[in-house]
Ligand binder design. Structure first.
Ligand code: NFS
Length: 649
């Protein structure tokens, strides 16, 4: 049943509600206004039944069975739905992977030009990645190793045959299954191109076969493009470890020059971090009446600079326009992905300058600044200088007071270290606590926000219920930001919100019950963590044996579909909120919601009600525990409305 959207309440975050009330008076259009203007969504599109892959159409299939049941080419509903779904996977995989490609190019630059602005920060991680690739590391300069690592991984984008190197990190049984099914990815670009080819008119016409290539494409993302992005970013900028930070629009400063970075690629943000600490620039800011320079982040790039530098996060994807509407942002820098075309329009009402730094993403009304790789630090300094000069152009400033403390930085290395200590770092204590039942299981709650439902509520209410049921939650992306704002990402929240078993473990280790592992490409960290859990032993011999699940309660992006698909193909039960554009075909829905579990050990599910979603995850985890023989009769604690605290941020 569809939940009604409360027109009064668009968010559980009071900073959002506060600014929306204010900006309404200024008649600024936001994502919620535009969402409302769309009125009822196209039912064919919502269920995946519209095909515009050729111009004999667009064709649409009647879900009631009364109208056309085939496209002009003869494609039935399940083929049309499968093709549309697979193209979303390809779109998402391309976004993460093109990001990964840029990181690999930056690593190559850092290796070949140690005097450039980019350098190798984490030699240990470099050696680890090099050994995964089978390279000898003895007596070699780090630049030499990095050059070879970058060249090998860059070649994997265009590789035609073979297997992507990082797939070796998966449990052996999983690799064998992938080989047997013919879904082990050969080359990253190759799988995406083949997916697009096979879903163009008149090619692959069997929904199961389309789904398998969608698995291979998604695996090329999770164990390829995204993992390359994550691993090489760690080499260049440091592997995250627990770090304190602050979140929500209240991190914007009334007295300082505010510069917001928004998007996904951390290369240039890292330059801004260095530049923002430049004494000359801080002095210049003071000369112009500001108390200092405040660099904040929005969306996934915020998670990158939070995890590595503890810099504040101003908000998640639906808060990008509102950051400008505070009147306190001198400059907003955007690169790629999740950036709304409306930002320059909103900025017209204020003094904010919107600058796009990627030649791949020009935006009408935004200034485009070409960041040449060789002088990016100088460019970063220039941007900050301009922002300082813009400080005096502020009109009225209205920053909501909401902000919250958090601890982030739980890379899989950090989890290893935290649980097992420096000398015997391992996942054994986590597995032990799952086996002894203190921790019931692990859930990854990730993904976007979507104005179709109350902002942040899906993430927060789901996670609240999961941790109350002793499920350790790992998070990335906008979902992590939502839960951070709700206060779940502090060690103290274990006592407040977690069930007694999980709370006990968290208190012993000093960790929150909700672990922030980074941006969306960092979901690849979770794949490695799951593989480590299998390798440690005691919980089966494949990812599909683990008592774990994945969820994206407020998803909207193609990237989320690709992430979901690579988790399913890796053996995980994945449940999405809002709805999924596959429900128009009962045949394809049955395949991905039921049948595929027999093939892959993982499957998709969709559930709009977050309490039901929590119930499904808990039931699934209990079922896996039973199969492992570690259930000890644990039942789900029903979490009724009386037990639920008022969900407010
Ligand atoms: Ni990922 Fe969604 Fe975007 Fe990041 Fe946020 S919307 S799928 S979380 S910022 S990519």
């Amino acid at each position: 049943m569809k939940k009604p959207i409360n027109s009064e309440q668009v968010s559980i975050d009071d900073s959002v509600n506060y600014l929306l009330n204010n900006q309404n008076q200024l008649s600024i259009e936001t994502v919620w206004d535009r969402s409302k203007q769309q009125k009822t969504r196209c039912g064919f599109g919502e269920q995946g039944l519209c095909c515009h892959n050729c111009y004999m159409g667009p064709c649409r299939i009647s879900p009631t069975g009364k109208g056309a049941q085939k496209g002009v080419c003869g494609a039935p509903a399940e083929v049309i739905v499968a093709r549309n779904f697979a193209r979303m996977v390809a779109g998402g995989a391309s976004a993460h992977s093109d990001h990964g490609r840029e990181v690999a190019k930056t690593l190559l630059l850092a290796a070949q030009h140690p005097d450039s602005d980019h350098s190798i920060k984490d030699s240990n991680k470099l050696k680890k990645v090099a050994s995964t690739l089978g390279l000898s590391i003895q007596d070699r300069a780090k630049e030499d190793i990095a050059k070879e690592v970058a060249e090998i991984l860059l070649a994997e984008f265009g590789q035609q045959e073979g297997e992507l190197s990082f797939t070796k990190l998966a449990p052996v049984k999983r690799q064998e299954l992938w080989r047997q099914l013919g879904v082990i990815p050969r080359g990253i670009d190759r799988e995406i191109v083949e997916m697009l080819h096979r879903t163009s008119v008149g090619v692959d016409q069997e929904h199961q076969n389309i789904f398998l290539q969608a698995c291979r494409t998604a695996l090329a993302d999770g164990w390829g493009g995204s993992m390359i992005a994550t691993e090489l970013q760690d080499i260049l900028y440091g592997t995250p470890s627990p770090i304190r930070g602050e979140v929500n629009l209240g991190v914007l400063s009334e007295s300082e020059v505010n510069i917001a970075v928004h998007g996904h690629e951390p290369a240039f943000s890292e330059m801004l971090v260095i530049a923002s600490q430049d004494k000359e620039l801080i002095d210049l800011a003071k000369k112009h009446g500001a108390a200092g320079i405040n660099l904040v982040g929005i969306c996934c790039v915020a998670n990158e600079i939070l995890l590595r530098h503890g810099l504040p996060v101003a908000g998640n994807v639906l808060q990008q326009e509102l950051a400008i509407a505070t009147g306190a942002v001198e400059t907003m820098l955007v690169d790629v992905q999740c950036i709304m075309s409306s930002l320059p329009d909103v900025s017209q009402h204020y003094h904010t300058k919107v600058i796009t730094t990627s030649p791949k993403a020009k935006i009408k009304g935004a200034e485009f600044l070409d960041i040449s790789e060789n002088n990016s630090l100088e460019t970063a300094k220039k941007i900050i200088r301009d922002a300082i000069l813009n400080f005096s152009h502020r009109n009225s400033v209205d920053i909501p007071k909401q902000k919250m403390d958090l601890v982030a930085g739980f890379s899989h290395e950090a989890i290893n270290y935290m649980l097992g200590g420096r000398f015997r770092g391992s996942y054994t204590p986590l597995n032990d606590n799952i086996i002894n039942g203190r921790i019931r299981g692990v859930a990854a709650v990730v993904g976007c926000c979507n104005p179709k439902i109350v902002h942040d509520q899906g993430h927060v209410s789901l996670v609240e219920e999961l941790i109350a049921n002793d499920i350790l939650v790992v998070q990335t992306g906008c979902s992590a930001t939502a839960c951070a704002k709700a206060g779940f990402l502090t060690p103290e929240s274990a006592t407040k919100y977690a069930g007694s078993g999980l709370a006990e473990v968290c208190r012993a280790v000093g960790m929150p019950p909700v672990l922030h592992s980074g941006s969306c490409v960092d979901n690849s960290r979770l794949l490695i963590a799951l593989s480590e859990m299998v390798k440690v032993g005691g919980l089966g011999d494949d990812i599909s044996d683990l008592p774990v699940a994945g969820a994206a309660p407020e998803w909207m992006s193609e990237k989320a579909i690709s992430i979901g698909q690579y988790f399913v193909a890796s053996g995980v039960y994945v449940v999405f909120g809002i709805g999924m554009p596959v429900t128009g075909s009962s045949v394809f829905s049955h395949h991905i919601f039921e049948e595929c579990e027999k093939i892959l050990g993982g499957k998709w599910d969709v559930e709009e009600d977050t309490s039901q979603m929590a119930a499904k995850i808990i039931d699934h985890i209990n079922h896996k525990r039973e199969k492992l023989g570690i259930s000890k009769g644990r039942k789900r604690v029903l979490y009724d409305m009386a037990m639920r605290r008022e969900l407010k941020i």
